[in-house]
Structure formats: structure tokens, C-alpha cells
Design a protein around this ligand. Structure first.
Ligand code: SF4
Length: 404
């Protein structure tokens, strides 16, 4: 069995059929996972100044750019192995660079609260074996972590939930639209207006306190009744919820305090976002937006990729396993045309197309092993399924550091 790196569920039960060093078929993987094992449509090749180059020359030029930069930033990391992330953080320290990852504009704020132990949390195995009430909040798990419901949450029979979803579990969806996950939640879908999560939480807090809520009183009291009766509940907090209340996350802490039998789990798409956030948190006490200076580390919004590009405060960018050109607002991207960009990735991306230096990496979990951290914090080993000549992301970071 091998591990899929298609999302942060890191399914370890994938059967990969290999013939002549090629993956002929995968069993148990969802459609997204199967695509991950098929690899890139367009494989990245090494280049310097948009001209083909050898891998050694590309790494050497990348090291020169980073060494000569006065304020470099190292960005990406959510699709990198834990080993590469650790080396990336050490490289940022050595360069006195800023370092940020994609959690900076999605689940980082929630992951940080979990690492600070502001919420009770649990493992996915606990959910499978014990959970009787599941709340998918701003999260369409069916689409973003496709085997979540079937492996761990709603459908499986767990040690203490032998009658499974038919009798032992209630699934609730709270979302702005009736997602595929909400459709499975039958009569327990609560539609809220965009940015309506705060009002919904306040009304739910009223209902849980025995007051008549000001907002949709009948359904809110019904939901409060379901949550109060839970023996083991979990709120799967998606980016819909995080985006909506990101400046007021303490109201989610208040809700968790009112529900002593509930756990909060951030829903994470990229396979090792939690790994990077945990590694940087261990090193600095922050999960993203950090700038090293000697032995100290400063944390500020200025060190997020979005603000750094908007303020044009960086003069070189190393991107590892990410495609900021496809995910960031256009208004901040113009600065990328003025600075050297180094792209480390297995595949051709929009970012690799504008990069001054491209360094192809092996596909983690397919062409290179390593480890990663699942969305619930468990360390999962990644396997090497086929042989190839590509360097792993960790090896590239080692080579880059040596060239400095
Ligand atoms: S749910 Fe995620 S980890 Fe599991 S097979 Fe699908 S893409 Fe891969």
C-alpha cells in the first residue's frame, strides 16, 4: 500500500499497480488521487533565463540570486514534504529571508489556534470510531477531500458506531450553498448568507444558552438540540468559515467552549500545509508570515506574500510547490515582473512560465518518499512508487543551501 498526496487526508491505503516502472492503475484512490498518481500533464524542465539548462546550472543560478538578494522571500511549502519544509525554514534563517506559505491566505489562522491549544481537537480515527454528530461548516469535503466522508466521518462503521450513518451518526452542513456535502446531510442543511457565519454563531450561542435566538429561531433551537445531545461531536471547519470570521475567530472559541463534547478540525486541501505550519510554529511560535533576522524571527502581515508583493518589498522570490500566479489577486502580481523568480515544482505552472530559473522536482509520494502531516496532525510516511532521475524537493533544498 502507498500514500496519496492528492490532499491532506493522505490516504495510506492506495494500491498502485506498477508495470515497467510506470503506474498502470491505482485502486482505492478517488479521482483526484488517481490524477495525482498519473503525474504532470506538462513536466517542468530545468532552465535559466528561460533557456534550457542543466539541473546543476539551474541550482547554481538560483543560489546566486538568493545570495545577492537584499530581501528575498521563500514561499509555497504546502505541497512539499516535511523534510523539504524543514530545510526551507533553515534556508530562510540563513538568508535572513521572509518565509510564508499558502495557509497565509486560507487556513493558517485556524491551524495556529489549534496549535496554541485554543480548541479541543481529535484524530480522524477518533472521528471514525466515536463521532455521532458531524458538522461540515463552510466545507465541501466531498469535493475538496473526496474520501473524508467514506473513510473517516459519515459512512464508515467505527468501533463505537457500528450502525454507521444509518442510525449512529447525524451529519450537519452549514454553508452558503447546497454543496455536494450538504446534499448528503439530508434535513440538516443550514443555508447562511455570504459572511453570515458570525451572526449564525451568535444566534447559536443564544440558543445553546436557553435564550430565544434573534435569527431563524426555530431551526437554530433545533440545531442547538442536536449539538447538545452529541456524545462526541466534530466541527470540520472549512475555508468558507475561516474566510468569513477570520478577524473574529474568538467567537468560534466561544462556541467550542459552549460545546464540551465537540472538537474542531481545520479542513485542509494541500497535502502538507499542516506540516509547514507545525514546523514554523515549533521554530518561531507562528505558522506563517515570518521574517528572520539573525537569531530572531518577526511576524507581521508585511511578510505575507500578498502584502510583500503589494508593497514591492521583496527583491527575489523562491516558490516551492505552489503556483501563486494562479491563486493571488492580479493587482499584486505586477511586482513579479520586476524581480527574479525561482520555481521548484514537478510540473509546468503559470508561475514557472514567468520564472527566471526553473528546477524540476520529483512528485512526492510517487517519485520520492518522505513524510507529511495529515490534517489532524498525524505524521504519515510517503512512499517512492517508481524510480526516476528527478531530485526530491528536500534534495533540491539541500543542494541550494550547499551552493550558498
Ligand atoms: S481523498 Fe485525498 S488523499 Fe485520499 S485518495 Fe483522494 S486525493 Fe488522495
Amino acid at each position: 500500500m502507498v500514500t496519496c498526496t492528492g490532499c491532506a487526508l493522505l490516504c495510506e491505503d492506495i494500491d498502485a499497480v506498477v508495470e515497467n516502472n510506470r503506474i498502470k492503475e491505482t485502486r482505492n484512490a478517488c479521482r483526484r488521487g488517481a490524477a495525482r498518481f498519473r503525474g504532470c500533464i506538462n513536466r517542468l524542465a530545468p532552465s535559466v533565463d528561460k533557456k534550457p539548462a542543466g539541473i546543476d546550472a539551474a541550482i547554481k543560478r538560483a543560489a546566486e540570486i538568493l545570495k545577492n538578494a537584499k530581501s528575498p522571500m521563500l514561499f509555497g511549502w504546502s505541497n512539499s514534504t516535511s523534510e523539504a519544509q524543514t530545510k526551507g525554514i533553515q534556508l530562510a534563517k540563513r538568508l535572513n529571508a521572509a518565509i510564508d506559505d499558502t495557509s497565509s491566505f486560507c487556513q493558517g489562522i485556524l491551524i495556529e489556534k489549534v496549535l496554541q491549544k485554543k480548541f479541543r481537537t481529535c484524530s480522524l480515527e477518533d472521528v471514525r470510531d466515536r463521532a455521532d454528530v458531524l458538522v461540515y461548516w463552510g466545507s465541501d469535503a466531498q469535493d475538496s477531500e473526496p474520501r473524508h466522508l467514506s473513510r473517516f466521518s459519515y459512512f464508515p462503521r467505527g468501533e463505537f458506531r457500528q450502525r454507521g450513518y444509518e442510525e449512529d451518526r447525524i451529519a450537519v452542513a452549514i454553508d452558503v450553498r447546497e454543496s455536494n456535502t450538504a446534499k448528503i446531510c439530508k434535513g440538516h442543511f443550514y443555508r447562511i448568507p455570504p459572511k453570515g457565519d458570525r451572526k449564525f454563531i451568535l444566534a447559536l450561542l443564544d440558543a445553546l444558552s436557553g435564550k430565544v435566538p434573534a435569527y431563524d429561531a426555530k431551526r437554530m433551537l433545533e440545531l442547538a438540540g442536536i449539538l447538545k445531545k452529541a456524545e462526541f461531536g466534530t466541527i470540520f471547519a472549512g475555508i468558507g468559515l475561516t474566510y468569513s470570521i477570520k478577524d473574529e475567530l474568538d467567537i468560534l472559541v466561544s462556541l467550542a467552549d459552549k460545546l464540551p463534547n465537540f472538537h474542531i478540525m481545520p479542513m485542509i486541501g494541500h497535502y502538507n500545509m499542516r506540516g509547514f505550519d507545525e514546523a514554523l510554529f515549533r521554530e518561531t511560535g507562528f505558522v506563517n508570515r515570518v521574517k528572520f533576522d539573525g537569531s530572531s524571527a518577526a511576524h507581521d502581515n508585511r511578510y505575507s506574500i500578498v502584502e510583500a508583493l503589494r508593497q514591492k518589498s521583496i527583491d527575489a522570490l523562491l516558490v516551492v510547490g505552489s503556483d501563486p500566479l494562479s491563486s493571488l489577486p492580479r493587482s499584486v502580481l505586477t511586482h513579479l515582473a520586476n524581480i527574479p523568480v525561482i520555481c521548484v515544482d514537478p510540473c509546468v505552472t503559470l508561475t514557472s512560465r514567468i520564472a527566471s530559473v526553473t528546477i524540476p522536482a520529483a512528485v512526492s509520494g510517487v517519485e520520492a518518499g518522505g513524510s507529511a502531516i495529515r490534517m489532524d496532525g498525524r505524521v504519515i510516511e510517503l512512499s517512492k512508487v517508481v524510480e526516476n532521475n528527478y531530485l526530491s524537493d528536500a534534495e533540491i533544498l539541500t543542494r541550494l543551501t550547499e551552493e550558498l
